[in-house]
Design a protein around this ligand. Structure first.
Ligand SMILES: [Zn+2]
Length: 423
């Protein structure tokens, strides 16, 4: 891809199809999720890092300001391709040292996630390597992941710690995220996930570890402004509902936002978690029918992670259709992590969502852009192509937006524009 442009203004011309996601209140629910605001033969003008104008090319080119300032414009020919708001990957775990190949082979041989975890694999097996790694080594891994995500169309990433599980190693992980974010052109939202699993040195003393998370790790991370959110893995074998609510309450008392992994393998009553005002509840594979109505009435987004179901070889996927019909705000993300979803590819997530969760390609695009922005409380700045929003755009060399989900395993993203600059 070409080097960064010096021009202050950028005109993206000859867009065959532009998915704007303009004009509806966010998050999108129900049938609004399917109405993505398509414009054919479109153009976008970017300046000052933001979208200045977006619409039909012939109308954009008639604009008097544009005619007058044509010399200041750098023009980029999209050659009839499809432009989307850049993807927002609102759930990732990029701070790890290496792949988990033993787990991978054990699973192929028939072991379940919980069996692998009980045998010392799973999250715990990433701990030792992260604890040994230096901050610089971790920064390079995180930066490499962000770069791979960018090449697949993503310009905003939520990035969690969670493979350190000591105060020093969680801070080192969040510093690695911060340092990688400084070098990366996109936007990074850091999340503290010290409550990922009970570390082995606290085996059988989960409450004591939760006390440490609430009374030491969260206050220190908040004071150093290393995270915007606190997350917790609420699941059998990880943290109970009561422990999870304690973690999220501590986060709120220190001014941090909240989110939770919940209902991945076992159902949970969501009322206590919803009372912690989470920006998102993630996985939601076995969400209880009786919780859907409450969820639909909240500003909380259900983040579905079908790449994890794919990689775990599950037959069942989150019931996206039921959630959409119930008015729940649904988003999609990669869950990029070494154990259950080692993919940086949002286009793959679109494919999995369409094939296995019966979402339409349009719904999947809305769920990875505007609704994913809502899951990070960034909908005022990101997730749609309209004047005043950040000019984060992804160009695909296809003629129809539905092809992005169709060509699975084939990355059709050919150019990224981040803050109005080609990167
Ligand atoms: Zn996760």
């Amino acid at each position: 891809m070409p080097a960064k442009t010096k021009s202050h203004y950028l005109l993206l011309a000859n867009i065959g199809q532009m998915v704007t996601l303009q004009g509806k209140s966010a998050p999108r629910r129900g049938s609004a999720l399917n109405d993505v605001g398509l414009v054919e033969d479109a153009a976008v003008v970017c300046g000052g890092g933001q979208v200045i104008a977006a619409g039909k090319q012939r109308e954009i080119l008639r604009d008097p300001w544009l005619k007058k300032n044509k010399r200041k414009l750098q023009e980029f020919d999209c050659q009839g391709g499809v432009v989307l708001p850049a993807f927002i990957d609102c759930h990732t775990h990029p701070v790890f040292a290496g792949p988990r190949l033993v787990d991978f082979e054990k699973r192929i041989a028939g072991a379940t996630y919980e069996e692998i975890s009980a045998a010392g694999g799973g999250i715990r097996s990433s701990l030792a390597a992260v604890r040994q790694a230096t901050r610089v080594e971790l920064r390079e891994k995180v930066f490499g992941a962000f770069e791979a995500m960018l090449r697949h169309g993503t310009a905003t990433v939520e990035a969690k710690s969670g493979y350190g599980l000591t105060i020093e190693d969680e801070i080192k992980s969040l510093e690695a995220i911060r340092d990688a974010a400084h070098r990366w052109p996109g936007t990074v939202v850091p999340t503290l996930l010290a409550a990922h699993v009970v570390p082995p040195e606290y085996a059988g003393r989960g409450d004591e570890y939760v006390g440490k998370v609430c009374e030491e790790i969260i206050p220190r991370v908040a004071q150093r402004k290393l995270a915007d959110y606190v997350d917790v893995f609420c699941e059998r074998g990880a943290f109970t509902l009561a422990q999870s609510e304690r973690v999220l309450a501590a986060a709120r008392s220190h001014g941090l936002g909240t989110r939770a992994h919940v209902c991945q393998f076992t159902p949970s009553d969501l009322s206590g978690l919803l009372a912690c005002r989470p920006a998102s509840l993630d996985h939601m594979d076995c969400v209880r029918e009786e919780d859907l109505k409450a969820l639909a009435g909240e500003n909380t987004v259900a983040v579905l992670l079908p790449a994890a179901n794919y990689f775990l070889g599950h037959k069942e996927y989150p019931r996206a259709r039921r959630m959409i019909e119930s008015g729940v705000a649904v988003a999609l993300a990669t869950d990029f992590n070494p154990g259950t979803s080692p993919t940086p590819s949002m286009p793959f997530v679109l494919s999995a969502a369409c094939t296995h969760m019966k979402m339409t390609p349009a719904e999947a695009i809305a769920a990875t852009t505007i609704n994913a922005a809502c899951a990070l409380r960034l909908e005022g700045r990101k997730g749609s192509i309209e004047p005043g929003k950040d000019a984060d755009l992804a160009l695909f060399d296809v003629g129809d937006h539905r092809e992005i989900a169709y060509w699975f395993g084939w990355n059709r993203c050919v150019q990224m524009i981040v803050s109005g600059q080609t990167v």
